[in-house]
Design a protein around this ligand. Structure first.
Ligand SMILES: [Zn+2]
Length: 506
């Protein structure tokens, strides 16, 4: 049922609402769209517009970067300021420019730089606004589908050139567009239905346009974008220069491109580092099977690592994956891991979220799990879980004192003195906000690593790892201090950690 509804872009609630609607309320799609054009300023007027430019500010959802995997965890947000979006209606393209800053401590300076992005949008990517969406729905090359009623709104289905299908809801009281919906693929969530809501219509040069823009997805009813328009200009004489090469023209699929290559490096007897680019983790040999660390990256990247791991020891296959935490880059290929029959080992609090990932349909953008549906086998970690047989002993511990995420694990091979972790260290980070966590966990669990294998980076001596952190935490402290002297207080400032202990010296 769920699958079928998603294919139609419907939610269960909307179908229940539909059950009460009378078919007599339905009008043909074209008549509804033409009435909407009339309400927005007249069909001729809006068809002859050259461009519109909006400015404003808002926030974007940092997808699955929440503090914890719990449904009621506080989400993380990215601030959007000095935004300007230019719709070049004549040439069916838009330019989105905005300054972003993460409203949480971020390890890369670019995440707090407020530098202005320049994104060219064509096709579906520019149709999350009612004006270009309505013009596209009315374009001769667009195919109109059936009309249905949802929550008292008339919903028109339309398929644009290139085959992407969208839905537009029209308010019968005003005839104005209430929302536009589309479906995109996601590595963690499968098919994701996005709805862009339009509210607060006001006239600008005789064209009615919404000043409230908000996006939601059909996972936890999560808001992913909220934006307040603070100006609209109609038919601006000079638009800013547009960059070359379209982005986001497709339907929002994922993967594609060249097949990723996994690099294998032996780090001890029966232990290999297997990564794609700078992301990956160890493969550990047990008596009759292998265990892999972290389903990081895309499904294709994880499968490249998995295939390389399965070729390491004749007769031994990977049967389990250890997941450090739920963030979108780390727990990226949970669905792929389940499709390949791997047991998922993670801190107990992740089970419900991972179950949500696995249960979601991927009909429009099928992945390995859609082609090979399986149930998830989850092995929880509380404080510690030990995997041990006659050949190997691997200890898995709940990460403490790391407030980037609450429900994380790291792993340790006591015989080889190898530690493996996600986001406790990364030598490429400009700033380290949680630099005490590595030392604090080593101390708490009495482990004695010689080598550390981070998910991001490559295997490195523990001493080098800890000393690199000292300059990263100093850089973060300097950033906070410099801003504080100008009266600016970034999220995460002042830094609460130092590399040797877990709480900073006050
Ligand atoms: Zn990470």
């Amino acid at each position: 049922m769920n699958r079928f509804l998603t294919r139609l872009g419907l939610s269960l609630a909307s179908v229940l609402a539909l059950a009460g609607a009378s078919p007599a309320q339905e009008r043909p799609a074209r008549a509804l769209l033409e009435a909407a054009a009339e309400a927005m300023g007249g069909l001729d007027r809006i068809r002859n517009l050259d461009n519109i430019v909006l400015t404003g500010f808002g926030q974007r959802y940092n997808t699955n970067g929440n503090l914890s995997p719990h449904p009621n965890s506080p989400p993380k947000w990215v601030a959007v300021a000095d935004a300007e979006r230019s719709f070049d209606l004549r040439n069916k393209r838009a330019l989105n420019q905005e300054r972003q800053n993460r409203m949480f401590p971020f390890a890369s300076a670019a995440g707090h730089s407020w530098s202005r992005s320049n994104t060219l949008q064509t096709g579906r990517a520019m149709l999350d606004h009612p004006l270009p969406a309505l013009l596209e729905a009315l374009a001769p090359e667009t195919t109109l589908g059936p009309v249905r009623i949802e929550d008292g709104l008339s919903v028109v289905e339309f398929t644009i050139q290139g085959g992407v299908t969208l839905w537009m809801a029209l308010d019968p009281k005003t005839n104005l567009p209430a929302w536009v919906r589309w479906i995109a693929g996601d590595s963690q969530l499968g098919d994701v239905t996005h709805t862009a809501y339009f509210t607060g219509y006001l006239p600008f040069d005789g064209v009615r346009l919404p000043v409230g823009l908000m996006h939601k997805i059909d996972w936890r009813d999560q808001i992913t974008f909220m934006f307040q328009v603070d100006s609209y200009r109609v038919n601006v004489p000079n638009l800013p220069p547009f960059p070359q090469g379209a982005q986001g023209a497709g339907g929002g699929g994922f993967g594609g491109g060249a097949a990723p290559l996994a690099a294998v490096a032996k780090i001890a007897e029966g232990v290999w580092d297997v990564r794609v680019g700078r992301n990956g983790g160890p493969v550990i040999e047990f008596e009759d099977h292998l265990v892999i660390f972290e389903p990081v990256g895309s499904e294709a990247q994880f499968f490249a690592r998995l295939d390389a791991a399965n070729a390491l020891v004749p007769g031994k296959q990977v049967t389990a994956v250890i997941v450090t935490h739920h963030h979108s880059d780390h727990a990226a290929a949970i669905r792929g891991a389940v499709a390949r029959g791997l047991t998922i080992i993670a801190e107990r609090g992740n089970e419900e979220l991972f179950q949500e990932f696995v249960a979601r349909p991927a009909v429009n953008f099928p992945d390995a799990l859609a082609r090979n549906p399986r149930r998830m086998v989850f092995r929880p970690v509380d404080d510690v879980l030990v995997l041990e047989d006659r050949r190997q002993r691997l200890e898995i511990y709940h990460v403490v004192d790391h407030l980037h995420m609450s429900n994380a694990v790291f792993a340790y091979l006591p015989k080889e003195r190898i530690m493996m972790e996600g986001d406790l260290s990364d030598v490429s980070w400009d700033w380290h906000w949680w630099a005490g966590a590595l030392a604090a966990n080593i101390k708490r669990y009495g482990v004695d690593p010689a080598i550390n294998v981070p998910v991001h980076g490559s295997p490195l001596g523990i001493k080098e790892t800890l000393s690199r952190m000292e300059s990263q935490v100093e850089a973060a402290q300097a950033f906070c201090k410099q801003n504080a002297s100008a009266g600016i207080y970034f999220f995460g400032c002042p830094v609460q950690y130092n590399p040797s202990g877990h709480v900073r010296d006050r």
